[in-house]
Design a protein. Structure first.
Length: 223
């Protein structure tokens, strides 16, 4: 059964995290990193999916120092609020909270993987190179991947992009990653836009979502 727990960050602040235990047989742990909208129903659904696939899944609430329990609708007002929180949250702080989740999951002696979407996709890419002890990372449509393409991942990582994402130029991101990290697969999904894994009607692309999840599960299972 899913629950909300508290985890102490590097600075001593206790942030909330949505957690669900792994279905049997247990494979390890997965850190699920939110979009800009907080730990909403889509993130919770993703946590539950990963748990059903055998991974104890934890989604840290990364804006808690600014607004505990923040969630927002996918409308202009929610978008504005989410962007403001993301921009005001230091990347090092977010990565430290991810590391705290890693420590909790590693207490079971398991491998720990990370998957992130949008804002979380950027953090998943950064975590692969800057957070020690991760076994694998899957980055979905992160806007900071191109600017940080020269970062050397310390674990296997894959990148997912939508061809119809008007905010992230998929081919440019793929070229940047290939220049610095030619061994990192970058998957571009034709007909899919930004947020294609999110099940909101205006964003969801079932075909792209299912394929990206299969690829991510294969990566995590092999890690």
């Amino acid at each position: 059964m899913a629950e909300t727990i508290k985890i102490a960050g590097e600075d001593g602040f206790e942030f909330a995290a949505y957690r669900e235990a792994a279905a049997s047989p247990r494979k390890g742990g997965v850190i699920v990193i939110q979009e800009i909208f907080g730990i909403d129903e889509h993130v919770r659904a993703d946590v539950e999916r990963w748990a059903k696939m055998g991974y104890e899944a934890i989604a840290p609430s990364l804006y808690d120092r600014r607004e505990p329990g923040f969630t927002a609708y996918h409308d202009p007002e929610g978008l504005k609020a989410g962007i403001a929180h993301a921009m005001a949250t230091p990347l090092d702080q977010a990565l430290a909270d991810i590391a705290a989740c890693r420590d909790l999951l590693k207490a079971n002696g398991d491998k720990v993987c990370v998957v992130g979407y949008c804002y979380g996709g950027s953090l998943a890419w950064l975590a692969a190179g800057r957070v020690e002890g991760l076994s694998a990372a899957s980055s979905y449509y992160g806007s900071l991947v191109k600017a940080n393409a020269s970062l050397t991942p310390a674990c296997p990582v894959i990148v997912h992009l939508g061809r119809a994402d008007h905010g992230i130029p998929a081919d440019e991101v793929a070229a940047a990653v290939a220049e610095y990290n030619p061994g990192v697969p970058v998957y571009i999904y034709e007909g899919a836009g930004h947020g294609f894994n999110n099940e909101s009607p205006e964003r969801y692309n079932a075909e792209a979502s299912d394929l990206a999840r299969r690829r991510t599960l294969e990566l995590f299972d092999k890690a």
